[in-house]
Design a protein. Structure first.
Lengths: 247, 265
């Protein structure tokens, strides 16, 4: 589904991502974690085609991203906490427009189904700018699922949600993953979120991959109680552990 | 290029304006103010010179309306882009299966809608207030207007390139760039009025030929096809240059990670 090999990005003298390699299989949810400046966002942006890698290769659906950008973007989608839909349009107008841009057939039916799934169908005709931040996040997730993506990039999707809604959203994502086989690359600073939803996690530090494995494996390898402690250890010392390996 | 995607993006801008009528100030208010000021000033000058300047109203009001069309066409492109930045929606577009050329075409088509609305409103107002018939210029209007719209598109694309490259701080260029050309473009006076060095700059700007040509139509009643050919030739060169610049800036923005600053940090 997604294969990244020796991916490097330099901004002048700063190496944001350094020789990163990993892959994601169909139907897998992978968390990409790390402190601020670790290289997560740069990696996500390279996968989305917003940043051109200095070297290395990104293959999505078996095709080179640089050469098949439009074809690839049609089959993937994303949601980021910092990106919004136009606030003065209604929820349904916004979603209809993106459904059409992604070439979704029977856009209205798809839109209705997603609004029902996110439990915000009653907001269909509401102006997007009048919604709470949690409701906006769910509208953004609807947009991200409009084209039944095979690869979904989620940048802190539960950042502005209360624990109840965040739990519902995680369950919805799990359901979508199981029913449609969508692969999800997920970033969050909420380690409970990650432990609960991710099949595998990648810890980045200074642009390098420092640890990789299932959440349980990584916790065990670092001999900690949870991912938050792993996060802090890696952020402070950059310790290295590979899946199934030792420090 | 997929026309459906272009059409959907045009509709998106229409929805934005429909939901926010205050944006029509940009389309109707400023052109109306300009028309009132230029119209009454023209009437005053004509009265002061006791009508010894024939066609003066046609010169000035016609020039004002034509300039406004160029400006609105440019604004259609650059403000549509800025709307996406202000709404933090730009990355949703750039991460959707949308080509840069489709995006620019959509902003231009929406710009044309804005120009059409402004033109219709100004023509009615100019007729009611000053008995000025913009369409008295006849068929010559069509190539003149086409050239002005093309230059508006070119300046709009350059504006997008500048803002993409230099960020929020460069947004005032969306309003400033057309006015950088105005003194050289012989909008309200002939090129011969300009000092020698400025005349050379003036003849490198496509709209100079349009305004000179328009004055010739009003004064002598004949169309200067040479002027139109020069305007069209320069416009094609500049439009291609502007697209080349935008593609180059887009590449630089991807290399330097500038696109992510519009939402993903």
């Amino acid at each position: 589904m997604l294969q990244i090999r020796d991916l490097t990005k330099r901004f002048n003298d700063v190496v944001a991502v350094d020789g990163l390699s990993f892959s994601i299989a169909r139907g897998e949810i992978v968390g990409i974690l790390g402190a601020n400046g670790a290289g997560k966002t740069t990696t996500l942006q390279m996968i989305l085609g917003l940043i051109r890698p200095t070297s290395g290769r990104i293959e999505i659906f078996g095709r080179d991203h640089e050469q098949h950008r439009i074809e690839i973007l049609r089959r993937m989608n994303f949601s980021s906490v910092g990106v919004n839909l136009p606030m003065n349009l209604t929820v349904s107008e916004n979603l209809w427009i993106f459904a059409k841009l992604y070439g979704v057939k029977d856009a209205w039916r798809r839109l209705d189904a997603l609004l029902n799934l996110m439990e915000i169908h009653h907001l269909r005709h509401a102006i997007t700018g009048s919604l709470s931040s949690g409701e906006v996040s769910r509208v953004n997730l609807c947009k991200a699922l409009l084209n039944r993506p095979e690869l979904l990039l989620l940048d802190e999707p539960t950042a502005s949600l209360d624990p109840d809604i965040a739990d519902k959203v995680r369950k919805i994502l799990r359901r979508v993953q199981q029913e449609d086989g969508v692969a999800i690359l997920y970033t969050s600073h909420n380690m409970r979120d990650i432990e609960e939803i991710c099949d595998r996690v990648l810890f980045l530090h200074d642009g390098h991959l420092r640890a990789e494995g299932t959440p349980a494996q990584v916790i065990e390898q670092f001999r900690t109680h949870n991912l938050e402690e792993v996060f802090i250890r890696i952020a402070r010392s950059g310790e290295v552990v590979k899946a199934g390996g030792s420090r | 290029m997929t026309l459906q995607r272009v059409w959907v993006m045009v509709l998106r801008y229409v929805f934005v304006y429909r939901r926010s009528p205050i944006r029509l100030i940009e389309v109707l208010f400023w052109p109306t103010m300009s028309l009132l000021v230029w119209g009454f000033m023209t009437a005053f000058i004509q009265r002061s010179t006791e009508g010894s300047l024939p066609g003066f109203i046609t010169f000035l009001i016609g020039a004002m309306i034509c300039w406004d069309m160029l400006f609105r066409a440019q604004q259609g492109v650059s403000l549509s882009f800025l709307e996406d930045i202000w709404a933090r929606n730009l990355l949703n577009i750039f991460c959707a299966p949308v080509r840069l050329s489709e995006y620019v075409l959509a902003t231009f088509l929406f710009g044309l809608l804005r120009v059409g609305l402004t033109l219709a409103f100004l023509c009615v107002l100019a007729w009611l207030l000053y008995h000025f018939n913009f369409f008295a210029l006849g068929v010559a209007l069509i190539p003149f207007i086409a050239n002005l719209l093309m230059l508006g598109l070119t300046i709009g694309i350059i504006t997008i390139a500048i803002v993409l490259r230099y960020g929020h701080g460069a947004e005032p260029f969306a309003w400033a760039l057309p006015f950088l050309l105005q003194p050289f473009s012989a909008v309200f006076y002939p090129v011969s009025v300009l000092p020698g060095a400025m005349q050379k700059v003036a003849w490198a700007i496509p709209c100079t030929y349009v305004f000179e040509g328009m004055r010739e139509v009003i004064g002598a009643g004949s169309i200067s096809w040479d002027n139109l050919a020069w305007a069209a030739g320069l416009n094609i060169i500049y439009l291609m240059g502007a697209m080349g610049l935008l593609l180059h800036v887009f590449k630089v923005a991807r290399d330097r990670g500038l696109l992510g600053k519009w939402g993903m940090q």
